[in-house]
Ligand binder design. Structure first.
Ligand SMILES: [Zn+2]
Ligand SMILES: [Zn+2]
Length: 525
């Protein structure tokens, strides 16, 4: 985790934590005490060869909703639940045999009785359109009863007499496990409060999981939470992903069709991997990982475009004395800075619950670099011309504002790169601790700059030379001459530093040109 730049507040081992299993048992007992579970005997698939009931991962057949191959419990293809017994052509996963039906006494949760909790969650919480469509379809029909116990040897014992040969079912552990883990969390932080703090207080809970768990998280868990404690507030948002494939087929550790993150990160840059994974994240459809595409992202984008600009900027900064120049902003600066502010507004949305999209954020980061490269290409004509020295210095300061904004905006996705760039730009403290800016600020004139002249991403391996940089003229269409003439130009003639201070007091040209979304303004305040 650390080698991927991921830090955790808590890493719990449920099997080793008596407090965890104690919490799950208490949760289950509360459901029993509140008459939220009903004892019922139903016919369930039983494998004679294996001499056991076949359920969930022990059972496979075809989904009665979409006809795809499915395990018992939930269909990975359409995301709809099944009762196991209703799978078409069911087979025991262990021996392949066709199970017969045998009566089984279990504790069941009557989900329909708690439908209002699922409806409330659906009405209030953020879900992406595909998840909304799936939940709406399920809520339009009577909700099924759900088994709360299963005939298994592995798992947490059922705290009720007569169920020694059963365990709390996976979903009746997974639901309360969120509460159990937040109950352990304050302990890990040395901060009392228990599970009630995030779940009944003013904190907002957001859950992230795969598409095939939508039913459990949005319909079942809010219902069992309400049965457990009506004060419990459901999450405000659910972030779901589709399947991510490797070389065109499903990851499978049992078949060895997998990439082991620890080994991969010993050979590859974590920031480059995180950036690529964000870019190709399966947010609305299944996507795929190939080593060639990852290498291309690093070589052609991060080294070929980002580093290419930053290395050139580093050399020009060195030549200019290694500090942010004190110079008036060039006439074209407000237009470029307005574009930067607009990109920041979009990025704010991508990092929010409602618009959460690492994929779009990664593309917007690349767009910041492209706008900066275009700005540089336009102003390269000042180089070596004494009559334009002041404008060249002002343009350099604007480019440094782009680099500073890139560091700030890239921090969630490329934390190592962002922090290094941030410090190289003379900013104090870690970029992760820096406040998000609604209007990207100009760097302070006189700040010492020590950008890397060798780039920020690992050099390409032999045989994978960087592709030629993308022509900046194609990266962004040249603005029509009219736009340049009508662009706000109040900043012209003012020193960059004074301009930055003025922006804090009054709406800047950028804000007037392209206001950021209201939600972003609120956050910035
Ligand atoms: Zn299905
Ligand atoms: Zn079997």
């Amino acid at each position: 985790m650390a080698s991927a730049g991921i830090s955790l507040d808590l890493f719990a081992s449920p099997a080793q934590s008596p407090r965890y299993s104690g919490f799950i048992e208490r949760f289950f007992r509360t459901l029993l005490d509140r008459d939220a579970l009903e004892e019922r005997t139903t016919d369930q698939p039983f494998c004679i060869t294996c001499d056991r009931f076949a359920f969930e991962a022990h059972l496979r057949g075809r989904c009665s909703h979409c006809d795809a191959e499915s395990d018992g419990g939930i269909c990975e293809a359409c995301g709809k639940p099944n009762a196991g017994a209703d799978l078409i052509d069911p087979a025991c996963v262990t021996c392949g045999g066709t199970p017969e039906r045998r009566p089984l006494r279990q504790l069941w949760f009557p989900l329909e009785r708690y439908r209002s909790a699922a409806e409330f969650t659906f009405a209030c919480a953020w879900l992406n359109p595909r998840a909304r469509a799936l939940v709406a379809e399920m809520l339009a029909q009577p909700l099924p009863d759900v088994p709360a116990t299963q005939p298994a040897e592995w798992g947490i014992a059922v705290p009720a007499s007569g169920y020694d040969d059963q365990r709390i079912s996976a979903w009746f552990e997974l639901g309360p496990h969120y509460l159990a883990l937040t109950d352990l969390l304050p302990e890990a932080r040395g901060n009392p409060g228990g599970w009630q703090t995030p779940w009944t207080g003013f904190d907002n809970v957001v859950q992230c999981f795969g598409f095939d768990s939508i039913y459990f998280h949005v319909v079942l868990f809010p219902a069992i939470f309400q049965a457990f404690d009506p004060r419990l507030r459901p999450p405000i948002g659910f972030i779901t992903n589709e399947f991510f494939r490797l070389d065109g087929s499903k990851f499978s550790t049992s078949r060895g069709h997998a990439l082991w993150a620890g080994a991969f990160l010993r050979e590859h840059d974590a920031d480059a991997l995180r950036f690529h994974l964000a870019r190709v994240a399966p947010e609305i459809e299944q996507t795929n990982f190939t080593l060639d595409e990852f290498e291309a992202t690093r070589r052609d984008e991060l080294i070929g475009i980002w580093d290419d600009w930053l290395k050139d900027l580093a050399k020009r900064c060195e030549a200019a004395g290694g500090m942010v120049p004190l110079a008036p902003a060039p006439r074209s600066a407000p237009l470029a800075l307005a574009r930067l502010a607009s990109l920041f507004g979009d990025l704010s949305h991508c990092y929010s619950v409602q618009g959460f999209s690492p994929s779009r954020a990664a593309h917007l980061l690349s767009e910041i670099v492209r706008v900066a490269r275009r700005f540089r290409a336009e102003h390269a004509v000042f180089d070596g011309k004494p009559a334009s020295a002041l404008e060249a210095a002002g343009a350099l300061a604007v480019e440094l504002a782009f680099a500073r904004s890139l560091a700030l905006a890239a921090a969630p996705i490329l934390p190592g790169f962002a922090d290094r760039l941030w410090r190289d730009l003379g900013e104090r403290g870690a970029v992760a601790e820096a406040r998000w800016e609604l209007l990207p600020a100009m760097p302070t004139a006189g700040t010492a700059i020590s950008l890397s002249t060798t780039g920020y991403f690992e050099p390409a391996r032999p045989g994978s030379e960087p592709a030629p940089p993308e022509p900046t003229s194609e990266a962004e269409a040249a603005p029509p001459a009219d736009d340049i003439e009508t662009a706000p130009s109040e900043a012209e003639g003012e020193p960059i530093e004074a301009n930055a201070e003025a922006r804090a007091e009054a709406p800047s040209p950028a804000e007037r040109t392209e206001p950021a979304p209201r939600a972003n303004r609120r956050r910035a305040r």
